[in-house]
Design a binder for this molecule. Structure first.
Ligand code: DOR
Ligand code: ZN
Length: 345
């Protein structure tokens, strides 16, 4: 196959930031994607429906002329979140999910949840109205090794929450382990799992061998090769529970190439070319549309996009090494292999 036309894809986990960074990086996503679930971990976080509406307006205002892109807003769950505010924001159609960060798990997560019992009323309301909970699935206990934090979260937090809240619809976000793949497969259709582009490409050696590579550092951190292979198998399996959430997370180079470098891989620019290469390598290019364009809308109970995207195989495509934003340069994820699939609208 040298040409593939798919329904226009969506990104079910995306960081757009705000201000000059938003302005600089939004075109990278809007070029190929019709919609994205927008992460609320701004400073301060997007906690209320009113804040989400204002952020949505800032995103729409930052869109380039002629771009058609719909931001799907989320609320950042805190121990003070009001279930009635969440319900109102969902009923108005503004908010499509609530995001749970365990406090301290990642970038701008200090307002997240410390005691999961304190968010029970919100989770119960969400189960009642069918609003999905997006989960950053890592424990933060200092005695748990960083490479084990996702697997431990499944046992200690995710499974108890799901048992205690029947009907709660959950997205395990950016899964990085075979444990998470297995857990997702053990559940019914009230559980989905997103997989990033970069976790299909890199394992922990890419970060650490031959010198530390800060642009490959993200959270959850890439694990050993067996886990990457499990993720590739899941993403390319055709199973509807697995769908694309890039977790494209821009930080300026000065903050990535730093003594305490920020977590995040910026993949918005070349994600579709990389995914085409990955699905082709696995011999299932015909399943790319399901992963990128069909399974996510089915989980979120939204229509699939009307538009299309065409991928054409040819000489290697070159993408910019960096996106120059008003906030500073942002390095584009380097998959480490040539990309032959050109993307056009
Ligand atoms: O690598 C990451 N970057 N993981 C996250 O969970 C947050 C994100 C960010 O906001 O930079
Ligand atoms: Zn994220």
């Amino acid at each position: 196959m040298t040409k593939l036309t798919i329904r226009r894809p969506d990104d079910w986990h995306l960081h757009l930031r705000d201000g000059a960074m938003l302005q600089g990086i939004l075109p990278e996503t809007a070029r190929h994607f019709a919609r994205a679930i927008i992460m609320p971990n701004l400073v301060p976080p997007v906690v209320t429906g009113e804040q989400a509406a204002a952020y949505r307006d800032r995103i729409l205002a930052a869109l380039p002329e002629g771009a058609v892109f719909e931001p799907l807003m989320t609320l950042y769950l805190t121990e003070d979140t009001d279930p009635a505010d969440v319900a109102a924001a969902a009923e108005s159609g503004l908010v499509k999910a609530v995001k749970l960060y365990p406090a301290g798990a990642t970038t701008n997560s200090h307002s997240g949840v410390r005691d999961f019992d304190n968010v029970r009323p919100v989770l119960e309301k969400m189960a009642e109205i069918g609003l999905p909970l997006c989960l950053h699935g890592e424990v933060t206990d200092s005695d748990v090794d960083i490479f084990d934090r996702e697997a431990v979260f499944i046992d200690r937090v995710l499974d108890p929450i799901r048992r205690a809240t029947p009907g709660l619809r959950v997205v395990m976000e950016h899964i990085t382990t075979s444990d998470a793949v297995a857990y997702a497969r053990s559940a019914g259709d009230d559980l989905g799992a997103t997989i990033t582009t970069h976790h299909l490409v890199i394992n922990r050696n890419h970060i650490l061998v031959g010198g530390i590579k800060p642009h490959y550092y993200c959270l959850p951190v890439a694990k050993r090769e067996t886990h990457r292979l499990a993720l590739r198998e899941a993403a390319t399996s055709g199973e509807a529970r697995f769908f694309l959430g890039t977790d494209s997370a821009p930080h300026i180079d000065a903050l990535k190439e730093h003594a305490c470098g920020c977590a995040g891989c910026f993949t918005a620019t070349n994600t579709m070319s990389i995914l085409a290469e990955v699905f082709e390598q696995e011999g299932v290019l015909d399943r790319l549309e399901g992963f990128a364009s069909l399974h996510g809308p089915a989980f979120y109970r939204l229509p699939v996009n009307e538009g299309t995207l065409t991928l054409t195989k040819g000489e290697p495509v070159s993408y910019p090494e960096k996106i120059l934003t008003g906030a500073g340069p942002v390095t584009v994820f380097d998959p480490g292999f040539p990309l032959h699939w050109h993307v056009s609208n």
